[in-house]
Design a protein around this ligand. Structure first.
Ligand SMILES: [Zn+2]
Length: 325
């Protein structure tokens, strides 16, 4: 699916301009279903089984039936909303809240604002949205790109519940950061990934996954990056004017991203993140950072749902035990 360009998207027509308009647009489940249908099939319904393009038969509770092969489906089947028991109105309100809070929201905050019955429901909704925050096939960074690593301190909230002291359970985790540096000033997009250690074995694959060959890659000159030029990157090592040269002078992009990331992890999430979930929080941080100049928060709401309707479903069990851990 080709995502619609922001120039074609109009507030008040393609997405709600504000909360009042949101309430007007989504009074019931039907209005939510037809909005999601617009996002999933912008050029009209396409049968997931036979690919016929024809207006489907419609029955109650959003069931659609292909006129050609009689296959039945719903707009939410095969998406992050698959088999949900939470009303779509609640999902859309959650998406609105998540994207309108510039720094994001914790599960507890979402549970309170939506009046959800359980913390687990709020927690799983946020995690399902995080799965939709990475656009498949997204481009690699280009131009001038700073690459460095930083440590973040997080602690496991489950262990805290068992009575352990917060400080004792906090762990340092190494995060690789790549950020585009614009000229004459400003920063472009960012990519982040947790790495086991700051060695070539982990950092070279990170650069190759996230940065376009031909880019100018700026590093602190650590041996981990010594073979970048063999992989078609123009490698520039930061010039240290003195031993005490602060990072924000030589690597302003990664320094800025690292400090925003730490503030976000502590501020929004109180540093309480299960370490196996950290990659998904990094995805959310990148989603927000890369769209920070978006002229409308409604556009973020649109983008999040646009990706959510084409993102594979995940079960609660898969969320609670991700990536084989
Ligand atoms: Zn069909």
């Amino acid at each position: 699916m080709v995502s619609r360009s922001p120039i074609d998207l109009v507030p008040g027509r393609d997405y709600p301009r504000d909360w009042n308009q949101f309430l007007d647009w989504f009074p019931d489940e039907e209005s939510c279903l037809s909005f999601l249908e617009q996002l999933r099939w912008p050029d009209g319904f396409v049968c997931p089984r036979c690919n016929a393009r024809q207006e489907p038969y419609r029955s109650s509770r959003g069931r659609l039936m292909c006129r050609a092969c009689r296959y039945q489906c719903t707009v939410t089947a095969g998406s992050v909303f698959d088999k949900t028991r939470t009303p779509l109105r609640t999902w859309l309100a959650a998406a609105w809240y998540v994207t309108n809070q510039k720094i994001g929201v914790s599960a507890l905050g979402l549970q309170r604002v939506l009046g959800l019955g359980s913390y687990q429901t709020a927690w799983a909704m946020l995690h399902r949205f995080r799965r939709a925050m990475v656009r498949p096939g997204r481009e690699r960074l280009a131009g001038k790109v700073e690459v460095d690593e930083t440590y973040v301190r997080i602690f496991d909230p489950n262990k805290l519940l068992k009575g352990a002291k917060r400080r004792g359970r906090a762990a340092n985790t190494l995060i690789a950061i790549a950020v585009e540096v614009l000229e004459p000033k400003g920063f472009g997009r960012v990519r982040l990934k947790r790495v086991v250690e700051g060695s070539e074995e982990y950092l070279l694959p990170f650069v190759r996954e996230t940065v376009q060959p031909g880019a100018r890659v700026h590093t602190d000159g650590s041996p981990a990056y010594r073979s970048l030029s063999k992989h078609n990157y123009a490698h520039e090592k930061a010039v240290h004017l003195g031993a005490d040269d602060p990072a924000h002078v030589t690597m302003p992009g990664v320094h800025r991203v690292a400090s925003l990331l730490k503030r976000w992890l502590i501020g929004t999430h109180q540093g309480a993140i299960q370490s196996k979930q950290l990659d998904y929080y990094l995805d959310e941080f990148a989603f927000r950072f890369n769209r920070r100049t978006s002229r409308s928060r409604g556009l973020l709401f649109y983008r999040l749902l646009e990706q959510a309707v084409i993102t594979q479903p995940v079960t609660y069990e898969q969320i609670a035990a991700p990536r084989g851990t």
